[in-house]
Design a binder for this molecule. Structure first.
Ligand code: C2G
Length: 134
């Protein structure tokens, strides 16, 4: 049983996120998503999300590729998560390429997947604003 983990905010869940989750799951048998909490988004990632953690959790849990959603509370928890959840593969989009190579020291694979072009939560908000729909 190959266990995969990925991390993110996943606000305004869109097909770029789904593409990531689908490919991440395809690398193993069990996919955990560590979902950034509201505090972590605001204080560390400086992201203002449209949906709250609970709302984003409900959405991500409904994705067929996701087996478990846990909170991502800080930048430092990844190494301990890997041991706590017996992870074999860490996956994230290639906008983070190289940033998490240190996790290989925990004895796991680190995989950066190409991002889906032209879609992002901030782009959705901008397009809606520009179109006068909000
Ligand atoms: N993603 C993607 N294609 C897009 C948008 C996002 O592949 N068009 C991927 C990102 O690369 C990431 C995941 O979807 O792997 C979630 O995206 P975000 O919510 O923007 O994640 P981020 O804020 O980068 O959080 O500790 C790691 C951070 O929590 C990662």
């Amino acid at each position: 049983m190959k266990r995969v983990i990925t991390y993110g905010t996943f606000d305004l869940l869109h097909y770029g996120h789904i593409n990531l989750l689908r490919r991440a799951k395809a690398l193993g048998d069990y996919l955990i998503v560590a979902l950034s909490t509201d505090d972590f988004n605001q204080n560390e990632k400086h992201k203002h999300t449209y949906f709250t953690y609970e709302q984003r959790k409900q959405l991500v849990e409904s994705v067929r590729y996701v087996d478990l959603v846990i909170p991502e509370r800080n930048w430092e928890q990844k190494a301990s998560d890997i041991h706590e959840y017996h992870i074999d593969i860490f996956v994230i989009g290639d906008d983070w390429k190289g940033k998490f190579d240190y996790l290989k020291n925990e004895g796991i694979e680190v995989v950066y997947l190409p991002r889906t072009p032209e879609i992002s939560s901030s782009q959705i908000k901008k397009d809606l604003f520009d179109s006068g729909n909000i």
